[in-house]
Design a protein around this ligand. Structure first.
Ligand SMILES: Cc1cc2nc3c(=O)[nH]c(=O)nc-3n(C[C@H](O)[C@H](O)[C@H](O)COP(=O)(O)OP(=O)(O)OC[C@H]3O[C@@H](n4cnc5c(N)ncnc54)[C@H](O)[C@@H]3O)c2cc1C
Ligand code: HEM
Length: 479
């Protein structure tokens, strides 16, 4: 494992500053942090100039507000005055200006669709766009969905249901053979039953208000060879159901995953253990009506309400193998999610997370991320710095269990060790990587995973290319 000096981690070059397109956060003026912005929104100032009134905005009107000191942006049909937010935007004013006077939804989604702009900008809301008669995204009738996607994406799934005296079984026919149990996320809360199936980069949603009550526990089964998913619900009363229920928002829709909103469920904090002086292992318990497994290498978003504003940050679950050895064996799989999180005393989110008491609730999103571990692999190299270690935990677990003829080496490299440290002391460099990253044979299939602060990751990728590793052989982890 490689390391970097803690003083450069994270600001202004932290792991969380890496964006998928290589753009990064900018240094903000003092007094312009997210916390300062939250204070500003609570100050009672009129941030729209409309004295709390909401208006209907035409396209012509939106276009006129395209200057820094008079900048409106439309996101998902709502128009915001972002001029007061300009100096607070961690991506910089120029980035925000790219969407000035226009619909910025696609740009926004490309960079950070997980950012909770609705909550952050609620005091800047100007109103809604005047509606033109169009069909909203994700609400297409099924036949149209299938027609649009058939050309580029997988074939639209379908569903059916049947019942016995005690069970109602929902069957999803995905027409895909490589489905795993972690491709299905089920949430049953109050009246809403939601089953989201991820098929390649698409999301198929069943969203129903069930016609009768069911028991808390249900089972989910994937029949891989036919691409079928069965969700067996236990009836509360052994009566015959005439229908499954009433369709709710976006029921039976099949849309690119990026267009499906992030869904959150409230999880309970079960334990919190010190791992190092500033890093803790948090265990969260999923609610009883949720089936969710985070695929290896993917992350989720945690959401907390901080002084009245919802704040969201990405975290990569680790496995319970990080629990101290002397403890009872880990909790049974699947109901618990573990996070290894570094607490930044001057940060916004992590001090709040650290303040939570056992039993408190945190909202956890469905998994995100593009990482897929290749089936056939001879050499796996994991390069991690700081909390960039987190995605490696599950990958390592996977490799130790699944890779045949395994030889496992670990190398710790510190950049600013104490005088007692006898191991390697340096930063990431061509010499260091060429010493350790050797293919087992000329033709071996290689995967190199890299995660850490931006300079570490960017420099690492450059060196790997110079060492003749191809783009396809390198995966870097970003939000
Ligand atoms: C895909 C992904 C997965 C991640 N997984 C994990 C994980 O598993 N574990 C983990 O611990 N972290 C993880 N992170 C990082 C995590 O999302 C947060 O960024 C991190 O926890 C810090 O959040 P915070 O709100 O507490 O701190 P922030 O408020 O972001 O501040 C962090 C530090 O930077 C300083 N700072 C903030 N803004 C500026 C600025 N503009 N200029 C100068 N200094 C500034 C603050 O004073 C503070 O010391 C991940 C990030 C990504 C992108
Ligand atoms: C629509 C045009 C926008 C563009 C092009 C844009 C671009 C960017 C870029 C490039 C970054 C830095 C890279 C990153 O952290 O991923 C960033 C960060 C950020 N932006 Fe935006 N942005 C836009 C709108 C908004 C809006 C409307 C908000 C919400 C109020 C917002 C909130 C944030 C936040 C909170 C971050 C920091 C994310 C983090 O913690 O990593 N942005 N933006």
């Amino acid at each position: 494992m490689l390391n970097v000096p803690s003083q450069s981690f994270p600001a202004p070059s932290s792991q969380q500053r890496v964006s998928s397109e290589g753009r990064s956060k900018v240094p903000l003026k003092p007094g312009r942090s997210l916390m300062d912005w939250i204070r500003m929104t609570k100050s009672g100032k009129d941030l729209t100039g409309l004295k709390g009134r909401l208006i209907e905005v035409t396209e012509e009107e939106l276009k006129k507000h395209n200057k820094k000191d008079d900048c409106w942006i439309c996101i998902r049909g709502c128009v915001y005055n972002v001029s007061p937010y300009m100096e607070y935007h961690p991506g910089g004013e120029d980035e925000l200006m790219r969407a000035a006077g226009s619909d910025g939804t696609d740009l926004f989604d490309q960079v950070h669709r997980w950012v909770n702009y609705e909550s952050m900008l609620k005091e800047c809301l100007i109103g809604r766009m005047a509606v033109k008669p169009t069909v909203p995204k994700g609400m297409l009738p099924k036949s149209q969905v299938t027609d649009t996607l058939a050309k580029e994406g997988p074939i639209s799934p379908s569903y059916d249901w049947f019942q016995t005296a005690s069970l109602v079984t929902i069957v999803i026919y995905t027409k895909q053979k490589d489905l795993k149990l972690d491709s299905v996320i089920v949430d049953h809360q109050y009246d809403s039953f939601r089953a989201e199936t991820i098929i390649k980069d698409y999301s198929y949603l069943i969203h129903i208000e069930l016609s009768h009550e069911i028991q808390e526990d249900f089972s989910v089964r994937v029949i891989q060879n036919v691409g079928k998913i069965e969700i067996a619900l236990k009836k509360k009363e052994n009566t015959s159901w005439e229908c499954l229920g009433r369709p709710l928002e976006n029921h039976n829709s099949f849309v690119p995953k990026k267009d499906a909103g992030l869904y959150y469920r409230k999880c309970q904090l079960i334990s919190k253990e010190d791992v190092t002086h500033d890093t803790k292992l948090f265990c969260l318990m999923l609610p009883p009506g949720t089936h969710l497994q985070v695929p290896t290498g993917q992350h989720v978003y945690l959401k907390l309400t901080i002084t009245g504003t919802e704040i969201v940050k990405p975290y990569t679950p680790v496995s319970d193998s990080l629990l101290p050895e002397f403890k009872e064996p880990g909790f049974p799989d699947n109901r618990y999610i573990y996070f290894l999180i570094k607490i930044y005393p001057a940060g916004l989110f992590t001090p709040e997370l650290d303040q939570l008491q056992i039993g408190d609730l945190v909202s956890v999103s469905s998994p995100e991320g593009s990482f897929k571990i290749p089936q056939e692999l001879e050499d796996l190299f994991l390069l991690a710095a700081g909390t960039g270690f987190t995605p490696m935990v599950k990958i390592l677990n996977y490799a130790l269990i699944n890779m045949s003829s395994l030889r496992f080496d670990v190398e710790f490299v510190l950049s600013a060790p104490t005088s007692e440290w006898k191991g390697k002391k340096e930063h990431i460099s061509p010499g260091l990587l060429s010493e350790f990253l050797k293919r087992s044979s000329d033709k071996s299939r290689v995967l190199i995973c890299i995660c850490g602060p931006t300079p570490f990751t960017e420099q690492g990728i450059r060196i790997l290319h110079d060492l003749n590793f191809s783009k396809d052989e390198i995966h870097s982890f970003t939000a």
